[in-house]
Design a protein around this ligand. Structure first.
Ligand code: NAD
Ligand code: WQD
Length: 343
């Protein structure tokens, strides 16, 4: 039987590559569009080794209308798209706001325009829990009010959500979209053939933890321990990247079956909040590695605590995570070791 084709922009990236694996394993034919601005050819080799087949990849910019049109023309029967392609570093977005607005918004606008031309209505969008800012109540549901963004990056996610809502609401629009608000993705594929490839000094906690354990960084600095949380350190909802990837498969399925409302929003997390100290301790337990860490001052702009209410994704999508924090961190460590062995 012919596999249903799904375009995956940013499919050579961290989350996108894991989604490509899950889509293929669920019987779809993912087609990647990625400009490799934050990825490497090695990801394509990893995908081939995991899946035993090559996945088609167009090394183009998603905001390049002519090139994207050629992809749709060449592939012909694409039924939907998952739009991961974006820049994602919060700090960098403060330094280079124009690049972030241009890339993150431009790529979505171009994708939607070309999808409209080819009459492809279904799109899953990578949003983020960053749209909730510092929430007034925990856990956050999809009804929790969004807050003014604290960074240009966060703003691009809110703006892209709004663009999609407006496009869906236009008269005679056939566009249907599912907005997935990810919490904190961590870990790597169990094969350790794909994973996160942080450039330079990682900003995110888990890559910093694994690089410290590997001796690349001298020590982890925990950003503050006097927050109003159980142990004083920040609380987050850390979701394993393979679990997160699977949410995309069920979202695509729902769109293709025409079961969804024109716009639907889902939190994608575990529903559990873990503190930074818990992450450190769980990492030590999962890997047997002692972690060198110090407590430092709070990081500007950090949200003290946020974790998801996942009732809606559970009830509507039938989505549930299965990986524990310990398993997730063990997979991060396995991936770090693989990166080291590759030099
Ligand atoms: P990533 O940087 O690993 O993946 C993004 C991929 O998109 C990269 O391979 C990059 O080369 C590609 N890309 C960027 N701009 C492009 C363009 N204009 N055209 C074609 N390709 C382009 O990031 P990720 O962690 O996999 O994140 C994927 C998506 O999920 C992003 O939209 C991000 O904002 C969102 N998200 C990520 C997190 C997180 O913590 N990682 C959390 C919430 C939301
Ligand atoms: C996690 C926790 C830090 C590094 C970011 C984006 C957000 C979303 C998810 C994309 C925090 C603490 C970290 C370190 C530390 N991404 N920490 N020492 O801040 O929850 O969110 O990723 O949409 O938009 O802002 O993730 O991994 O940076 O931090 O103590 O060296 O670890 O303070 O509490 P964050 P993170």
């Amino acid at each position: 039987m012919e596999r249903t084709k799904i375009l995956v922009t940013g499919g050579a990236g961290y989350i996108g590559s894991h989604a490509v694996v899950e889509l293929y394993e669920a019987g779809y034919q993912p087609v990647i569009v990625d400009n490799f601005s934050n990825s490497s050819e090695s990801v394509m080799h990893g995908l081939k080794e995991i899946l035993g087949t090559s996945i088609t990849c167009y090394a183009i910019d998603c905001a390049d209308e002519i090139a994207l049109r050629e992809v749709f023309a060449h592939e012909k029967d694409v039924r939907g798209a998952i739009h991961f392609a974006a820049y994602k570093a919060v700090g960098e977005s403060v330094q280079k706001p124009l690049a972030y607005y241009h890339n993150n918004i431009g790529s979505l606008l171009t994708l939607l325009k070309v999808m409209q031309e080819f009459e492809v209505p279904n799109v899953v969008f990578s949003s983020s829990c960053t749209v909730y800012g510092i929430p007034d109540q925990l856990p956050v549901t999809e009804e929790t009010p969004t807050k003014p963004a604290t960074s240009p990056y966060g703003n691009t996610k809110k703006i892209c959500e709004d663009i999609l809502r407006d496009v869906v609401a236009a008269p005679n629009s056939s566009v249907r979209t599912i907005l997935l608000r990810y919490f904190n993705p961590i870990g790597a594929h169990p094969s350790a053939l794909i994973g996160e490839l942080p450039l330079g000094v990682p900003n995110n906690l888990v890559p910093f933890v694994t690089q410290t354990a590997a001796g690349i960084r001298e020590k982890l600095t925990i950003f503050g321990n006097t927050y109003d949380t159980p142990d004083g350190t920040n609380v987050r909802d850390y979701i394993h990247v393979v679990d997160l990837a699977k949410a995309h498969v069920v979202a695509v399925e729902r769109l293709l079956k025409g079961e969804s409302e024109a716009v639907e929003t889902f939190n994608v997390g575990t529903g559990r909040g873990n503190s930074v100290l818990e992450v450190v301790q769980t990492f030590e337990k999962a890997t047997g590695q002692k972690l060198n860490y110090v407590i430092g001052p709070p990081r500007l702009g950090d949200v003290p605590a946020i974790y998801a209410d996942v009732t809606k994704a559970n009830q509507v999508l039938g989505f549930e995570t299965t990986t524990t924090l310990e398993e997730s961190l063990a997979s991060s460590w396995k991936w770090q070791q693989k990166l080291m062995s590759n030099g």
